[in-house]
Design a protein. Structure first.
Length: 281
């Protein structure tokens, strides 16, 4: 046994012993990549007041899960297709002023859930794998999903670095961005697609029921301490990542659902942060 106390802690601490398992390593890497992605994307969502849209897309993806399970293909693929079609449909129809945005969200939300339930009912047998998409189970993540999470994380970081100022204009003042010749439609479509992909990859971590919390609570905590958009982006990504990793370790040790544990941890941190700021004032 090593004599150095720090080495002994690293090697034999019960929580750190989890790192020797491949499934937990997969979960840890995926959590880090998703945490960064959701931290950045969520800040834009909150700034532009798109939280309700995110909820609609999340629930609309359930239709893709049910249809994919019925067809015997990857549920993640089905959820991705439905998410992209739904968010692009909401964006295009609301931009043309043909329908109210809140009405479109409600339509896609209910349609996705109805389609998913229908096809699950039509599929013979029980669909246990879909439960992980409803409530999250990061410990079942595959190496392929880690690669997709990593690629999406890099893409989101590069996108925000490249288009930070236009995104800032669009999020807070769309009319002002028009006067600065910002290519609003191109950037809007791009960030919309990134939001849909981020939501789909987050399903394994938090599940359909909790994705909205995962995309808003870290951002709300960051907003308590910082008002600057750039600072909020960085703080939100850090809070999202560190909180997710901490919740993952706690859930593995206590045998609790990972998504629910992470979100409750965010909620506790939000309450503490709010109380501390209120006391300081």
């Amino acid at each position: 046994m090593p004599t150095n106390p720090f080495i002994r802690f690293i090697c034999f601490h019960p929580m750190l012993e989890l790192l020797k398992y491949d499934f937990f390593q997969n979960a840890l890497f995926s959590t880090i990549f998703i945490g960064i992605s959701c931290g950045l994307i969520g800040t834009y969502i909150v700034a532009k007041r798109m939280v309700f849209i995110s909820g609609g897309i999340t629930h609309a993806s359930f239709g893709g899960l049910g249809l994919a399970y019925y067809l015997g293909i990857s549920p993640m693929l089905g959820a991705t297709v439905f998410s992209l079609l739904s968010i692009l449909g909401i964006w295009s129809l609301s931009e043309n002023k043909k329908f109210r945005e809140d009405s479109l969200i409600g339509i896609f939300w209910s349609a996705g859930m109805a389609i998913g339930i229908l096809f699950i009912y039509l599929t013979p047998g029980y669909a246990p794998n879909l439960m992980s998409y409803l409530f999250g189970n990061i410990l079942t993540v595959t190496s392929g999903q880690i690669l997709l999470s990593a690629l999406l994380c890099v893409l989101i970081i590069l996108f925000f670095l490249k288009f930070f100022r236009p995104l800032f204009y669009i999020a807070f003042d769309k009319e002002y961005s028009l006067t600065h010749h910002v290519h609003i439609n191109a950037i809007d479509i791009s960030i919309t697609i990134l939001i849909a992909l981020c939501i789909v990859l987050c399903l394994k971590l938090a599940g359909i029921i909790l994705v909205i919390s995962y995309l808003t609570l870290p951002q709300a905590i960051a907003g308590i301490y910082y008002k600057n958009f750039k600072q909020q982006l960085i703080a939100s990504a850090l809070i999202s990542t560190l909180g997710s990793v901490t919740g993952l370790f706690i859930s593995a040790q206590t045998n609790l659902p990972s998504g629910a544990t992470i979100v409750i941890g965010f909620l506790i941190l939000f309450i503490i942060s709010w109380l501390v700021q209120k006391i300081r004032k």
